[in-house]
Ligand binder design. Structure first.
Ligand code: PEP
Ligand code: MN
Length: 264
C-alpha cells in the first residue's frame, strides 16, 4: 500500500489551516528535544512565528537511554504545549511511546511521532493505524529501509494513510558523531514510496555545529521536510543540548534551507 507501484501520485498530508506536508512543499518542524516549561514553549513559539514556521516539535514522553535522565513532563506538559500552540496557530508534533497514551494525547496532537526505539513496536503501529492522525515514523536505530517501509505498512494497512517517513541516522561503528545520517535513504525512499520523506539532522549527526550542512544536503537530496532541535539556550536544555541549535543559528538554517529548496 505504501509502494509507488500501488499509488503513483505522492501523498500530501493536510494538517489543516493551510499546512500541508508532501512532495512539492517543504516543511520545517522545529523545537526543543523536550518540553520543559511554559516560558520555553512561549520563546520557541515566538521564534517559529518570526520565521514563518508552522509546526513545533517537543517531547513530553521521552525515551531516554538512562532511566535516571529527564523523562518528560507527560500529559500535563502536553496540555500546556497544546494551549500555547493553539493560541498562536502552530501545529504540534510529539512522540507517543505506547498504545495506552494514544487516546489521552489525541486531542492535543497534530502529528504523532514514533521514535526510533519504537519503530518496530507493531502493536503501537497497529493502534496508530486506527487512530487516524498523521504519523511521523522514524527509522529504527539500526533499521533497514525495508523495515521502515514495512513498519509504515502496518499503519497504512490499519486504515491510516497519513504517514511520513523519517530518516534520523543509523548506528555504525563510528564514534566521532552520534549516528550516520543516511542521505542515500532519501532518493531511495522517494523512489519506492509515495509517502513524504522527512529528515532529522539533529539526531542524524548529533552535533549542533554540523546540523546546517546536513540539513542543506537533505534538502538537495530531495527531502520533503526537515525536523530539528532548537532551544533558547541549548547548553541548558534538559535533553540533547549537544545537537540543539540556538535561535540565531535556527534562523539562518531556515533561510538557507528555503533558499536551497528554491534551487532544487
Ligand atoms: C527525539 O526526536 O527527540 C527522539 C528521541 O528521536 P529518535 O527516536 O530519533 O531518537
Ligand atoms: Mn532529542
Amino acid at each position: 500500500l505504501i509502494s509507488r507501484k500501488w499509488k503513483v501520485n505522492p501523498t500530501l498530508i493536510d494538517l489543516g489551516d493551510g499546512v500541508q506536508i508532501g512532495e512539492g512543499t517543504f516543511s520545517i518542524m522545529a523545537g526543543p528535544c523536550s518540553i520543559e516549561n511554559e516560558k520555553q514553549i512561549e520563546l520557541v513559539v515566538q521564534h517559529l512565528k518570526e520565521n514563518n514556521v508552522k509546526i513545533m516539535r517537543g517531547g513530553v514522553f521521552k525515551p531516554r537511554s538512562s532511566p535516571y535522565a529527564f523523562r518528560g513532563l507527560g500529559l500535563e506538559g502536553l496540555r500546556m504545549f497544546h494551549q500555547i500552540c493553539r493560541e498562536n496557530g502552530i501545529k504540534i508534533i510529539t512522540e507517543v511511546m505506547q498504545v495506552s497514551q494514544i487516546e489521552d494525547m489525541l486531542d492535543f496532537v497534530d502529528v504523532f511521532q514514533v521514535g526510533a526505539r519504537n519503530s518496530q513496536n507493531f502493536n503501537l503501529l497497529d493502534a496508530l493505524g486506527e487512530a487516524q492522525k498523521p504519523v511521523l515514523l522514524k527509522r529504527g536505530i539500526s533499521g533497514t529501509i525495508e523495515e521502515l517501509l514495512q513498519a509504515a505498512e502496518y499503519i497504512f494497512s490499519n486504515g491510516n494513510e497519513k504517514i511520513m517517513l523519517c530518516e534520523r541516522g543509523i548506528r555504525s561503528y563510528e564514534t566521532a558523531y552520534r549516528n550516520v545520517l543516511d542521505l542515500n535513504a532519501i532518493p531511495v525512499l522517494k523512489a519506492k514510496t509515495h509517502l513524504p520523506v522527512i529528515v532529522d539532522p539533529s539526531h542524524g549527526i548529533g552535533l549542533r555545529d554540523h546540523v546546517e550542512p546536513m540539513s542543506l544536503a537533505a534538502v538537495m537530496a530531495g527531502a520533503d521536510g526537515v525536523i530539528y532541535e532548537t532551544h533558547q539556550k541549548p547548553e541548558e536544555a534538559f535533553s540533547d543540548g549537544q545537537q540543539t541549535v540556538n535561535f540565531k543559528e535556527s534562523e539562518r538554517l531556515i533561510k538557507r534551507m528555503r533558499q536551497a529548496f528554491e534551487l532544487r
